[in-house]
Design a protein around this ligand. Structure first.
Ligand code: MG
Length: 297
């Protein structure tokens, strides 16, 4: 049931005025313990999202507004994205893997180990234009039984990985982060933004095929960033604390959209990709913007 929420827009820079539309925030649904992993699937006009502690995947239908359980138990899914063929790629904290759902409904495991050791608990994923699958691997799914299955980590770190589209090999591409979480490519695909939740900053890397360089801090946020998405003008939209922070390409935080609950992740959607969906604790929120998200396909 949709409910209108008083909207708090915090403008820190005049550039922020160009991005928010009518700023009419709606709560589309509530009833989860911790929502995550929003993904708008344009072909079906629905939003998939995870309720991690309750181990279920839900689907919000844009045409009817109905929400239903798509899958449960679901392997404690977290972040998800589309690959260039329109297949959903999902991080699962239970089996500690990254899987692709094929067009016939079967699942293909893309990554579950690195150098023979089990991953911690893959958190979020993006697919590059060349088909390379990039994902983060913090330990939230093995820290306790709340969001997965409690276990000792096998890898002595929390890294960012890439699955090679040709060989399927899993390579560690960033090994000096503490809690890598959300990640996204700039619209031109030449830079990759990665959030480090515990260090409360986002870092930016230059991308050269399967390799990264650079990696400086683009912005300190004063709150732990989780999900990240880009709009077509190269602004990063970062879920951190109780707000979505909007970053100009130069790293300036130009404004924040505050929500009534702690936010986790976000996705652009709607047929024009000008609708922002935000997963936040027990709920999913949405608003229409003056900007469009980068297409995943
Ligand atoms: Mg996350």
């Amino acid at each position: 049931m949709t409910e209108t929420i008083p909207t708090e827009l915090e403008q820190l820079d005049e550039r922020f005025a160009a991005v928010h539309g009518d700023a009419h925030v709606e709560r589309l649904w509530t009833g989860a313990r911790w929502t995550e992993g929003p993904l708008y699937v344009p072909a079906g006009r629905y939003l998939l999202f995870s309720d991690i502690p309750n181990d279920r995947v839900l689907r919000w239908d844009e045409a009817s507004g109905a929400v239903g359980v798509l899958d449960s138990p679901a392997g404690y899914t977290n972040g998800r994205t589309l690959d260039p063929q329109g297949r959903v790629v999902t991080c699962r904290q239970g089996p500690r893997d990254v899987v692709r759902t094929e067009h016939d409904g079967s699942m293909t495991v893309l990554a579950d180990r690195w150098e023979g050791k089990r991953l911690n608990s893959p958190n979020d994923v993006v697919v590059a234009a060349d088909g390379g699958v990039w994902f983060t691997d913090p330990p939230y799914g093995i820290a306790s039984d709340y969001e997965g299955e409690a276990a000792q980590p096998e890898i002595g770190g929390c890294h960012v990985y890439r699955v090679d589209p040709g060989t399927g090999e899993v390579a560690a591409v960033v090994t000096d982060m503490d809690r890598p979480n959300g990640l996204a490519f700039t619209p031109d695909g030449r830079r990759l933004l990665v959030a480090d939740t515990s260090r409360q900053h986002v870092r930016v890397f230059d991308v050269d095929g399967g390799r990264l360089s650079g990696g400086g801090v683009l912005a300190d946020l004063g709150a732990g960033p989780d999900g990240v998405r880009f709009d077509t003008a190269g602004r990063a939209w970062v879920a951190a604390g109780d707000a979505v922070h909007v970053l100009d390409p130069d790293g300036t935080v130009i404004g924040r959209l505050r929500l009534p609950e702690e936010v986790s992740n976000l996705a652009f959607g709607g047929p024009k990709r000008n609708r922002l969906f935000v997963t936040a604790t027990t709920s999913v929120y949405s608003l229409l913007l003056s900007v469009n998200g980068v297409p995943l396909l």
